[in-house]
Design a binder for this molecule. Structure first.
Ligand code: FES
Length: 63
């Protein structure tokens, strides 16, 4: 968002899932607890409102 991207969001605190994107490559650190299930995390789902890139990162926005 700081770079001018239009990203979906609602609660801004990891509780609703509105900001979920798919991590294609790289690592993300997310504040805990948050609303993602273990299965969603395993599939690469990432919450941009509480996630921080831990290096080079590629994310896929949902349509
Ligand atoms: S905006 Fe609600 S979880 Fe990110």
């Amino acid at each position: 968002m700081a770079a001018g991207l239009r990203l979906p969001w609602s609660c801004g605190m990891g509780g609703c899932g509105a900001c979920t994107v798919r991590r294609v490559s790289g690592d993300v650190v997310m504040q805990e607890p948050n609303c993602l299930s273990a299965a969603e995390r395993g599939a690469g789902d990432t919450l941009t409102c509480v996630g921080y890139a831990a290096g080079p990162l590629t994310l896929e926005l949902r349509p």
